[in-house]
Design a binder for this molecule. Structure first.
Ligand SMILES: Cc1cc2nc3c(=O)[nH]c(=O)nc-3n(C[C@H](O)[C@H](O)[C@H](O)COP(=O)(O)OP(=O)(O)OC[C@H]3O[C@@H](n4cnc5c(N)ncnc54)[C@H](O)[C@@H]3O)c2cc1C
Length: 382
């Protein structure tokens, strides 16, 4: 167990593992990752696994597009099967005010090489013939989008990082960040301190708490989101795309031999409440059956709650915090972080080692934007 390190990463979710791996690939192998629980069991394992390129900000489209290429080659590069299913993302639109916004986003996405397109109700029927479309006037579809196994992906990064010399210490929380002379000097744990000039906060929904260890407020707050899976169910084909009712946030996609579905309660305040709410399950099922009546015959196998890690503009906080020196953050992905893990790993390694990210310019997501009042609002949040 190291007592000194070139860098200490706090949190072994998709971000901590992808960043540690990217740093090690670039030659910074004297890295310790601290995880209070076990690898990949935070927000990452609660995610629906969705991978999409349909965003409204250029930075997010570029991060997603880069990441899709990595997900497609993950098995070969990391010797890890992630059960990738590129069956597309279908957005259903019911509010006419959304059409110009989605068409503008499509132009942005297509300009960056994303094969997304506008779809009419007739075309939606061809893609997913099992929907009630009375109130749907159109939508967008990207056949390259899909979903995969988030835990397998995180383990893939973690194993590859360990092979390069990174130490990932599970069941070891960061309990303090020691500052000396205005810069990071050590990260403290219950089993001793690790002297380091660089701490990278990748603590997902707990990021604000970890920032406070250094006396810094990082604007990332936890919001409960519940997901449910059905028992094996063959009334709908397993080839359907991820289907999203944009107005309500209802989504569903095939999962194992059943379906995964969920819907965010956008009125619920921030909390660390991780219980599953039966009333919310009923509202989810009602919305699901109203949109896809075949679900009337499905049985819910189980449900779980996790946390979106939300920032004031629904985009992550990426980079150095300014003061103290040596404190960086990659967190606050506001419910769309898993899919961007590969690109964030590379970009954060570039930012740390070269002073700026080149693979994708992530400066729009710099921590100082909140203080500067230059927010980078993402529209396509589910
Ligand atoms: C219901 C749901 C559905 C989602 N669906 C999708 C989706 O379809 N697609 C998508 O891209 N994203 C989705 N997300 C969002 C996605 O899960 C997150 O954006 C992403 O996993 C964030 O990764 P992370 O590594 O930043 O955080 P986490 O996975 O939470 O990792 C942070 C880690 O830090 C650890 N930690 C915290 N405090 C400390 C400490 N003091 N010391 C040491 N370790 C600490 C935690 O234990 C945790 O393991 C969803 C989220 C939820 C809840």
């Amino acid at each position: 167990m190291r007592t000194t390190a070139d860098a200490v990463v706090i949190g072994a979710g998709i971000m901590g593992c992808a960043i540690a791996h990217a740093l090690a690939e670039r030659g910074l192998t004297d890295v310790v990752v601290l995880e209070k629980d076990t690898i990949g069991r935070g927000a990452t394992s609660d995610a629906a696994g969705g991978i999409r390129q349909q965003f409204s900000t250029e930075t997010n489209v570029r991060l997603a597009t880069y990441s899709v290429r990595v997900w497609e080659s993950f098995r070969e590069r990391f010797d890890q099967d992630i059960s990738l299913r590129q069956q597309g993302y279908l957005f259903l639109l019911t509010d006419p005010a959304e059409e110009p916004v989605f068409r503008r986003n499509l132009a942005l996405q297509r300009g960056l090489g994303v094969p997304a397109r506008w779809v009419t109700p007739d075309e939606i029927v061809e893609i997913n013939p099992h929907l009630v479309l009375d109130d749907v006037y159109g939508g967008t579809f990207c056949p390259e989008d899909g979903w995969c196994d988030t835990f397998a992906a995180t383990i893939g990064f973690a194993r590859a990082a360990r092979r390069l010399g990174v130490e990932i210490r599970e069941e070891t929380a960061a309990t303090g960040i020691r500052i000396e002379g205005g810069r990071v000097a050590a990260v403290e744990t219950p089993t001793g301190a690790i002297a380091t000039p660089l701490a990278i906060v990748c603590a997902g929904p707990q990021t604000r708490l970890v920032g406070k260890l250094a006396g810094i407020e990082i604007p990332v707050d936890p919001y409960r989101r519940m997901s449910f899976v059905t028992e094996p169910f063959d009334a709908l084909p397993p080839t359907l795309p991820m289907t999203i009712d944009f107005a309500t946030g209802l989504y569903f996609h095939p999962e194992s031999s059943g379906f995964l579905f969920g819907m965010g309660d956008r009125d619920e305040p921030s909390s660390f409440n991780k219980t599953v709410d039966e009333d919310w399950l009923i509202q989810n099922v009602e919305a699901l059956v109203a949109r896809a009546p075949a679900f009337e015959n499905a049985n819910v196998l189980r449900g779980w709650a996790g946390f979106y890690e939300i920032t004031p503009d629904d985009n992550p906080v990426l980079g150095f915090l300014g003061e103290p020196d040596g404190l960086a953050v990659a967190a606050g992905f506001s419910g769309h972080g898993f899919m961007q893990g590969p690109a964030i790993g590379i970009c954060m390694a570039e930012l740390i080692l070269d002073g700026a990210a080149k693979t994708v310019d992530i400066s729009a997501f710099r921590p100082s934007r909140f203080r500067e009042g230059v927010l980078a609002q993402e529209h396509n949040v589910i």
